[in-house]
Design a protein around this ligand. Structure first.
Ligand code: ZN
Length: 339
């Protein structure tokens, strides 16, 4: 019998409405101080159980402890002025957001996610994955008034990420995933320094390392941008050959419901592939059969041993029940495709 495929999520899952404003990409917390921490733990525990019951094999905290995947990481970094909000055209001017500003050399004052990772480790026997923003995506979500270039700043963040990742590894995190959606917006810079900075963030880690690259979701600007990309989304084509040579172990890509040509997966013959077999933010629910079908079509391009069926990202702003049903279909579809 074949070994079962291992299923996982891209990372984020919706927050319960008693914890944060529901169905938003940048929600506000509904609790404060210690009540917030207790609430986050409760929500994370609920999602750990849901993932286990759904039959997922690699479990995450569903990002219940952070409001946003980048700013959650930046909160304990010195050198950032949070009151100085600079309007920035992020993801290559896809949309403008007022972002905090780096005004002095950045420094990690203390560990950022250790206590959350420890909570995750203590609450499941299964493999755990923890996600961190990648250096390029951080620099595309924060304004720079300190460093001479964006790449210089990215390398500074890469060494901070590396310190943090090493601490998470010690806690028993099995996979550290860096989220780099910015890679698809800045292909030339990605080849120039983005992948190199990412490798610096992952340097010397003994656990598995992954990078998640997607086309974004949730806001109209992303939906509009995707419409301009045409029949074939070829951004991965330039990036994958270099990623295949990198030290990263796993590559997470957008697939179901996208116009990504599946043949691009052949550009990563030496990597494990986390393939999004659930569509990003579609409100309709895939059946386990649909998921199985998506997995089987991915298997035409990637070996069975290297495929990790994955939810796409974009789960965070979904209604809770849809997200639960989607991960159930992911778990069941993975089982069907494993037989
Ligand atoms: Zn994503």
């Amino acid at each position: 019998m074949k070994k079962k495929l291992l299923a996982t999520t891209a990372g984020s899952l919706p927050k319960p409405e008693w914890l944060a404003e529901p169905e938003k990409l940048w929600p506000k917390w509904n609790l404060r101080e210690n009540a917030l921490w207790e609430g986050q733990k409760k929500a994370a525990k609920i999602w750990i159980k849901e993932q286990e019951q759904a039959g997922l094999d690699i479990i995450s905290d569903g990002e219940q402890f952070r409001i946003h995947f980048v700013h959650g990481f930046l909160q304990n970094i010195l050198g950032i002025n949070w009151n100085k909000k600079t309007p920035m055209g992020i993801r290559n001017n896809r949309y403008t957001v007022k972002v905090p500003t780096v005004i002095e050399p950045v420094q990690r004052s203390s560990s950022i996610h250790s206590r959350e990772a420890k909570f995750l480790r203590d609450n499941t026997e299964r493999k755990i994955k923890f996600s961190l923003p990648g250096p390029m995506t951080i620099c595309d979500t924060i304004a720079n008034e300190c460093y001479r270039s964006r790449s210089t700043m990215a390398y500074e963040f890469a060494s901070i990420l590396n310190e943090e990742a090493k601490e998470l590894e010690k806690i028993g995190v099995d996979i550290i995933q860096f989220d780099e959606p910015a890679f698809n917006s800045f292909t030339d810079e990605t080849l120039d320094w983005g992948i190199d900075a990412l490798e610096k963030a992952a340097e010397g880690l003994g656990c598995k390392t992954a990078v998640h690259i997607c086309y974004g979701y949730g806001i109209q600007e992303n939906i509009n941008w995707k419409k301009t990309l045409g029949e074939n989304w070829n951004q991965y084509q330039k990036i994958f050959p270099l990623l295949n040579k990198s030290t990263l172990n796993q590559i997470s890509l957008e697939f179901a419901g996208s116009n990504v040509p599946p043949s691009l997966m052949r550009l990563l013959p030496d990597k494990e592939l986390m393939v999004g077999v659930i569509t990003v933010v579609a409100d309709e629910l895939e059946t386990p059969e649909d998921v199985k079908k998506n997995i089987l079509s991915a298997l035409k391009y990637v070996d069975y041993e290297r495929l990790i069926p994955c939810s796409n990202c974009g789960m965070a702003p979904l209604p809770e029940q849809i997200a639960i049903d989607k991960i159930k279909s992911l778990g069941q579809g993975t089982l069907l495709a494993s037989k």
